[in-house]
Design a protein around this ligand. Structure first.
Ligand code: CP
Length: 318
């Protein structure tokens, strides 16, 4: 298997967010990810593409999917990896992000994957280190690899996203997943509807992308004619105050149930995880064949392999 070029097709040296990424760049990542997806289905799921490249995973915030997925992607590419978690590190002694990153870079690393509670932390790192920086989620700002894997998953059912109707549901205000998906879906030509309680949809969000977004506070309106319903996790840890009456009330108004699946027989359901069962999605919806949540997770490894490979500038032979 050979990929063209040395990572060409990307105009960016880092992946900080998708706001400035073109449709062509997103499709370049998808194309590479599809090839890596085939590698993941082989008996030996490893290629030598990043042999000799050292990647450090800096996780200052909790993660299951993203962290395991990046670690697996790096191992599948034969990179050398180091995992850093803030707990148990010198961050607890007061060391700053800049000092932490510069000290780790002094040990000779090539790429940094960073998750941090502060929006802009990955951008800040690009000014502190020479390594390539990949954003694995920064506060409520962006989670670009999640949107790349979400849009890749959609293409398995709808190869062309032009005019595809995607509804993003729930906690838009605090969701980095929503922001990255809005940029990616808009770049790929999808028609985006946002739906949630008034308190969880920030004013002015419809100006995020040229052409704007449709906004509704009624789930039935959001699901009418919808091809893909993307439910978001209610992020109680970021909200800081009560923004809706109760979790039960939220589920009654904005949760997707089996009845919604029956009413919309062609609609796919997505969720970035972790899912609050019985809140964003009824438990039997999570396990339904039209909920593609675990495909999203599998595609996450392939997308992260693609991003690491393309940003490394290496050419691939497998
Ligand atoms: N989707 C996602 O970012 O999940 P984690 O927080 O478990 O990484």
């Amino acid at each position: 298997m050979t990929l063209e070029g040395n990572g060409s097709g990307l105009q960016h040296r880092h992946l900080l967010g998708l706001e400035t990424w073109s449709a062509d760049e997103i499709k370049t990542v998808h194309a590479a990810a599809r090839q890596f997806r085939e590698v993941l289905d082989r008996p030996i799921r490893q290629v030598p593409s990043l042999r000799g490249v050292t990647v450090v995973n800096l996780f200052f915030e909790a993660s299951t999917r993203t962290r395991v997925s990046f670690e697996l992607a790096e191992k599948r590419l034969s990179a050398d990896t180091v995992n850093f978690a803030a707990s148990g590190s010198s961050v607890s002694k007061g060391e700053t992000l800049k000092d932490t990153a510069q000290n780790i870079e002094a040990m000779k690393i090539d790429m940094v994957v960073v998750r941090h509670r502060s929006p802009g932390a990955p951008q800040f790192l690009t000014r502190c280190v020479d390594a390539t920086v990949i954003n694995a989620g920064d506060g409520a700002h962006e989670h670009p690899t999640q949107a790349l894997l979400d849009t890749l998953t959609i293409t398995e059912y709808h190869p062309d996203l032009t005019g595809l109707r995607v509804s993003i549901l729930g906690d838009i205000m605090f969701s980095r997943v929503a922001r990255s998906n809005i940029y990616a879906l808009a770049a790929l030509g999808a028609e985006i509807t946002l739906c949630g309680p008034r308190t969880l949809i920030p004013p002015g969000i419809n100006e995020m992308v040229p052409g704007g977004l449709r906004i509704t506070h009624r789930l039935d309106e959001a699901l009418e004619g919808c091809d893909v319903a993307m439910a978001l996790r209610i992020q109680l840890e970021r909200q800081g105050r009560q923004l809706f009456p109760s979790v039960r009330e939220y589920h009654n108004q904005f949760g997707i149930t089996r009845a919604h699946l029956d009413q919309h027989p062609d609609m796919l359901v997505m969720h970035p995880g972790p899912v609050n069962r019985g809140v964003e999605l009824a438990s039997d919806v999570v396990d339904h064949e039209r909920a593609v949540i675990l495909s999203q997770v599998t595609n996450g490894v392939a997308v992260r392999m693609a991003v690491l490979y393309l940003l490394s500038g290496r050419s691939l032979t497998a």
